[in-house]
Design a protein around this ligand. Sequence first.
Ligand code: SF4
Length: 698
Amino acid sequence: MTHAVRTTCPYCGVGCGVLAAPDGTLKGDPAHPANRGRLCVKGAALGETLSEAGRLLHPTVAGARASWDAALDLVAARFRATIAEHGPDSVAFYVSGQCLTEDYYVANKLMKGFIGSGNIDTNSRLCMASSVAGHSRAFGADVVPGVYEDLEEADLVVLVGSNLAWCHPVLHGRLQAARAARGTQLVVIDPRGTASADGAELHLPLLPGSDVALFAGLLVHLDEAGALDAAWIAAHAEGFEAALAAARETAPNLFRVAALTGLALEEIRRFYALFAATERSVTVYSQGVNQSAAGTDKVNAILNCHLATGRIGRPGMGPFSVTGQPNAMGGREVGGLANQLAAHMRFDMPGALDRLRRFWGAPNLATRPGLKAVELFEAVREGRVKALWIMATNPADSLPRAGRVREALAACPFVVVSDCWETDTTRLAHVVLPAAAWGEKGGTVTNSERRISRQRPFRAPPGEARPDWWMLAELGRRLGWAEAFAWDGPAAIFREHAALSGFENGGERVFDISAMAGLDEAGYEAMQPFRWPLPAGATAEGGRLFAQGGFPTPDGRARFVATPFRGLAVAPDAEYPLLLNTGRLRDQWHTMTRTGQVPRLAQHSPVPAAGFAPGDAARLGLAAGGLVRLASPHGETVLRVAIEPGQRPGEVFVPMHWTDDFTSSGPVDRLVGAATDPVSGQPELKATPVRAEPLPVR
Ligand code: SF4
């Protein structure tokens, strides 16, 4: 390939390196440590998503073309007036795990440091907020201890609520290669029999929402089987006895675990014995754990078992949260969540606010967390948030109660949306700003193993499209903070971000890339993928964390967390007897703005379909290919019927991707309710009671 640049895939959190040329030819980057040259089917089709057809090319105000100056002047005037009349918490940003770290950094600095509100949240709230909260409770900070090599060095990999084969395909390929080479055993814990369960030694189709009970039972078993690492616990952790007592309350014996999880006794015994006997164990978890009203407790129930065995931070051992989006992790590093500050600091860390105020010269630093995604849009609906900027995401389709979100946006006095393509959300905006897309702008992203990689431009943006960081900096300048938002490009933003990193928490430097603060333009351009922490002066990248303790808590010790079992937020009943589970397809991405352009990607699942267990379909009179109406208290949709042998009876699975652009029945998230995890604020996207009825095919 001539003139190829090294960049990073914009889809999932594996963060594969891509060699891309201006003509759209591309291939996997053999030098990138995440993928070593491999790409999945979505990544390999990226070159077919570069068409300018349908792109937003010019700013518009009330649907009419406007100049950048006119549009940004209006945005600044409306934000200024709203803040002056109603205070800083009357405005908000809702951003995205698609944003680059530099975009995120500027958005967070502007909202939290200068406007003075914590009201910046991200669609990553829907993706991994429960893991963030779980890590913070157990480790003292949101730090992922594992690295991808752990999956290749383990003797046992446990996938919990993770369809790794479809959602993180290249990482799944690395796991499969390791299984072939060293016989790694695989246990899949998921109500559905997904592609990830094919060939697994054990698949545990547990009842939705019962993960805490299963892992509470595992903690009890580890204790009774003498499989604890008492010396490690004594040296490096606190709270074991209380966590074990809570686990015993939930799961005093296997019969109770079986009753709560719906699993057979023999299945539970096999899993517990395998985990107890296998030191090199990695537990990978994803949205099936996180997207739950008990998501944070599920995370901590898993972490408890790894802390209890000292299986953390050593080769082939550890709990490992894999992120859904390409830069969900980068957003966490710069405070993209409403409850975080920049550089992995939190509002409640001693000295953090003072450090940030001085570093930024921030005149109006927010001193308390802002609204999390679901409550943010409820505040819009109630009129408490009156000016909102949505960036690179489509909440009119992707948030729970999507119909209600649309009503909120329609009623909001001022909505700005920056995006690359028209979406159901841009159609509700007063001002639409055309954003530069993947391949048209530069910056950095961080993958699931804390590896920071460059995204590099290899073609010019179409029309007047501009990077998101530039739009936000222009707003900052127009609001009167020209000096603080005077960067000339993403390298300058990255330098500032790096210089802010390395804050000590409990004697540990939580997130440290300060060695990068002196990078010049050439250095930024030449940046190779590296894993943090990168201590000052170090040349070697960071690896596993916490094998010898050193947790970023005040005393350097990890925390066991007692996780009492709670059932589903809303249980099925006679009126809504089925449970709706939403998730990804193998070949589509989010609301399909990009993958929907590639016909061959649609071949895998060409029509919107709801997957039923064969017995449920027969009982309900549903035939494969026929139509079914799904209804919940929040909305309804009509889909084709698919009969899926791997589906658990009593449940229906619907992909999250379809929008008004692809089906007249609308997005499935209009059916999902408002229940969220009380700690993380993450919505329960995988267990909504619904009813299903066949419709005649005309
Ligand atoms: Fe892109 Fe994820 Fe596929 Fe890698 S595995 S090519 S990051 S979608």
